[in-house]
Design a protein around this ligand. Structure first.
Ligand SMILES: O=C(O)CCC(=O)C(=O)O
Length: 246
C-alpha cells in the first residue's frame, strides 16, 4: 500500500480501491458466480463452490495482497482465507445489523498498531462486481471505531441508528475492492439502488494463528487449487511447525 493508503486504513478501518478489475474481468467473474449460484449442476464438482473455478486466481490478486501483506502479516505464508461467500441483494435481504467495533482482546478481530505497522486479525476483502452508490446500499462503517476506547459493541441506539450521522457509506464502480478490518463497527445496508443489484464476493482473510469461521470449502474444491492457492486453506498453525515436520 502507499503511505496514504496505510494512513487511511489505520484512520478509518477500511479502504476502497476503485475499478481494480477490467470490464472483461468483471463480466467473466460475474457470470461465473451467478451460474455457480443458480445452476451449480452445470459446472464440474470442483467449480461449484467458491473459491473453485474462475475465482481461484483472485485469491491472491496483487491488489488484495498489497493490502493484506501490510495489515495482516508481511509473510504471505501467515495469511489464511477462512471464508468466502457471494452476496446478491436488491432490497432488504440483509437487515441493518451493526456489529464489532472498539478495542477487543479477542485475537480473531484484533487490530493493533505496533513498531510502525498495522497488525490486523480478520480482514474482509469485498469484490464489488456491480456499481455501488453512496448511501444507497453496500456496507456501512463507523470510521475509526476499530480503535474506540469505550465498548460500543453493547449497542447504543443513538450510535447504531442508520441516521445517527456516524455512519459512512461509499460509492464505487464495478470491479472495485473494499477492504475492512472486522474490528471496525459495520453493517450491511438496505439496497436502495434500482439500477442494479448488489453482487459482491466477501472473503474473510485472517492470520494463520487464528480462525473465526468453521471451514466449509469442499475437498473437491481444495484439491483442485494450485499449491500456492491451496496454502491459503491450510489448518491454523504456525508455519515453523510445518518446516520442522517436513
Ligand atoms: O453484507 C454486508 O454488506 C456486510 C457484511 C458483514 O457484516 C460482514 O462482513 O461482517
Amino acid at each position: 500500500m502507499t503511505e496514504a493508503e496505510k494512513i487511511i486504513f489505520d484512520l478509518k478501518g477500511y479502504i476502497v480501491k476503485p475499478a481494480v478489475l477490467s470490464e472483461d474481468e468483471v463480466e467473466e467473474l460475474t457470470s461465473f458466480v451467478l451460474r455457480q449460484r443458480s445452476d451449480p449442476g452445470s459446472l464440474p464438482p470442483h467449480e461449484r463452490q467458491l473459491p473453485g473455478g474462475v475465482f481461484e486466481r483472485y485469491i491472491d490478486h496483487p491488489a488484495v495482497m498489497d493490502v493484506l501483506l501490510d495489515v495482516i502479516d508481511k509473510d504471505v505464508e501467515k495469511i489464511r482465507l477462512e471464508n468466502i461467500f457471494l452476496s446478491c441483494r436488491e432490497g432488504e435481504e440483509s437487515p441493518w445489523s451493526p456489529h464489532a467495533g472498539g478495542r477487543t482482546t479477542n485475537p480473531n478481530y484484533a487490530y493493533n498498531f505496533h513498531d510502525g505497522r498495522i497488525y490486523a486479525g480478520m480482514t474482509r476483502v469485498v469484490w464489488e462486481l456491480a456499481e455501488v452508490k453512496r448511501d444507497r446500499g453496500g456496507t456501512c462503517f463507523i470510521p475509526g471505531s476499530h480503535k474506540a476506547n469505550y465498548n460500543i459493541r453493547q449497542g447504543f441506539p443513538e450510535i447504531d441508528a442508520r441516521d445517527s450521522g456516524l455512519w459512512e457509506s461509499y460509492g464505487c464502480p464495478p470491479g472495485s475492492l473494499v477492504v475492512f478490518s472486522e474490528a471496525v463497527r459495520h453493517s450491511a445496508d438496505t439496497w436502495r439502488n434500482s439500477d442494479n443489484p448488489r453482487i459482491a464476493i466477501f472473503c474473510a482473510y485472517n492470520h494463520i494463528n487464528v480462525r473465526h469461521h468453521k471451514p466449509t470449502v469442499s475437498p473437491e474444491v481444495l484439491d483442485s487449487l494450485t499449491p500456492e492457492h491451496r496454502r491459503f486453506f491450510n489448518e491454523v498453525y504456525h508455519p515453523q511447525f510445518a518446516r520442522r515436520a517436513g
